[in-house]
Design a protein around this ligand. Sequence first.
Ligand code: PGA
Length: 221
Amino acid sequence: QLSSLKGLRSGTLRIACATTAKYFIPHLLGPFCERYPGIEVQFTVANRQQVIDRLEQGLDDFYVFSYVPEGLDIEVAEFMPNDLVAIAKADHPLAQQSQVSLQAFCQADFLMREAGSGTRYSIENFFKQQQLQPNIKMTIASNEAIIHSVLSGLGVSILSAHTLAFGENYDVKVLNVESLPIVSQWTFAWAKSRALSPIAQVFLDYVNTQGRSEMQQAFSL
Ligand code: PGA
């Protein structure tokens, strides 16, 4: 089916992803757009709640989540794991320990993503299951701002390992904390009520084949 669009000159593919997926979606789109230069891509980056809102309004062909919302009339394709890891500044006391207990981790100042963030949702679920609570010192609505806050000594955090890959070489250390990482699955979702456009169908085929294997190699999963 990929070849059936070879002559395609125009058309639009609309994708909305959670902010944390912005680190790998462009790397998926690169080879795809090279193959189909006539396709225009509209790529929206928002937090999980805003992506759910877009889905409910039917604004895009695909919505990317790391934790699929319940109760929506959608089809899904799991794409690859999303590991949430604990990070600290390299000279933080916890970074000197080869193993960190969850209790010790919960005592450190914690930098949390904003309400509506999928990362926050997963962190909250995790600590609830563990019957513990992180010591939230700041709420920050950006992965990059969290990393810079960790670097400036404001605290520790938990965020997707994808925020550290492909990016700048931040001097943060991934901590070996008991029961971490928190693992979820990046998933492409689309509305059942709307047939996929030919372009969206071709993109989905690409995601499920070459796209997945290239991303898994890039992240050596
Ligand atoms: P977010 O993304 O934390 O940027 O909302 C992750 C997700 O959807 O789970």
